[in-house]
Design a protein around this ligand. Structure first.
Ligand code: 2P0
Length: 329
């Protein structure tokens, strides 16, 4: 009745931005991401006595409010699947440097999904685990497997065809590198969940975003299959710009960009003109993530520092979410 899992976060190269179903977390478009090592979240789940309340501790603090609700939602889905009617204890810990500015929720809900299903005695199933992780946070469905994963939007109203599948394992292109360039540590004012809802509801560009992002997925897969970093980098940059454009066109406008973000993006373009193969992507926050190859990682880190990044976090393709023998309690 007790299990522990570890999962990595992921960075989307074709982003998820907008839900067609808020309750089930079903997206308007498909997305594609790279699972990122060495960052990871570990989570232990133990089902106890029937009728006990769930107890949830995240990074040393008891979870409350919407954070607790999201975890309970995933635990409830596992109770439904397994027929267990027991309260659970969950302890979760991330090893993310606080300054990384990377959301740990994708890794956290992926680890929770894998640990909770194992603790309930359910056999491993990447599809079911991906759907379960999605109920906690959309992007988490892409952290069940390593390497490159595609979250197919699906068309069913019950969400059973909306999950992520591995397209390439972490060993397909081990030289890929993603460097988080931290230009601001300030907490973002608008959370992704609220920002994407506002964009769907008010941006006249939203329909164009959906159509374009969907069409980029097969192109991204082709570039990754051929290890074409230039084409993939260009695709990642234009997809990030287009996601941010839809938000900038919302009413009132929504901008995650800060002066330091633009300074870094401009420096990346100049570095490329000077011969450094580097491209950026940008999530719903101010810190660009730089795409390059291992041979150029040091040069890219220098570029990021010169352009004002206070710190950087080096990442490489990560593996699947896995069960661990050692528990957190
Ligand atoms: C992504 N982001 O594809 C995009 C790009 C942020 C920008 O997925 O509401 O935390 O829990 O489904 O997954 C962040 O959104 O939002 C996100 P919910 P989530 O990675």
């Amino acid at each position: 009745m007790k299990a522990t899992a570890q999962a990595h976060p992921n960075i989307a190269l074709v982003k998820y931005w907008g839900k067609r179903d808020e309750a089930l977390i079903l997206p308007h478009q498909s997305s594609l991401s790279l699972t990122l090592a060495p960052l990871a979240v570990r989570t232990t789940v133990e089902f106890g006595a029937p009728g006990e309340p769930d107890r949830v501790e995240i990074n040393g603090r008891q979870a409350k409010g919407s954070d607790l609700d999201r975890v309970v939602r995933v635990l409830d889905a596992v109770r439904t699947e397994s027929g267990l009617e027991r309260g659970a204890q969950m302890v979760s810990r991330g090893d993310f440097p606080e300054a990384a500015g990377l959301a740990s929720s994708a890794a956290a809900f992926a680890a929770l999904a894998v640990a909770a299903r194992a603790a309930a005695g359910l056999a491993p199933d990447t599809r079911v685990a991906s759907i379960l992780a999605r109920l906690g946070s959309g992007s988490a469905c892409r952290s069940i497997q390593g390497g490159v994963c595609v979250w197919e939007r699906g068309t069913r109203a019950d969400g059973q065809d909306s999950f992520a599948r591995q397209a390439f394992s972490a060993t397909h292109w081990p030289e890929l590198r993603m460097l988080v360039a931290v230009v601001s540590r300030e907490e973002k004012e608008v959370k992704s969940r609220d920002g994407m809802r506002h964009t769907v509801e008010t941006s006249p560009y939203y329909a164009a975003w959906v159509k374009d992002a969907e069409a980029e997925i097969p192109r991204a897969l082709d570039f990754i299959a051929h290890k074409d970093i230039e084409a993939l980098g260009a695709l990642a940059e234009r997809n990030a710009w287009r996601m941010h454009c839809t938000s900038l066109a919302a009413d009132p406008p929504l901008s995650y960009l800060q002066p330091g973000t633009l300074a870094l993006i401009n420096r990346v373009r100049r570095a490329r003109e000077e011969g450094v193969p580097v491209w950026f992507t940008l999530d719903a926050g101010p810190n660009p993530v730089l795409l390059t190859l291992s041979a150029h990682e040091d040069a890219v880190e220098r570029v990021a520092r010169e352009a004002g990044a206070a710190s950087t976090v080096r990442c490489y393709p990560g593996g699947d979410a896995v069960l661990l023998r050692e528990h957190l309690f």
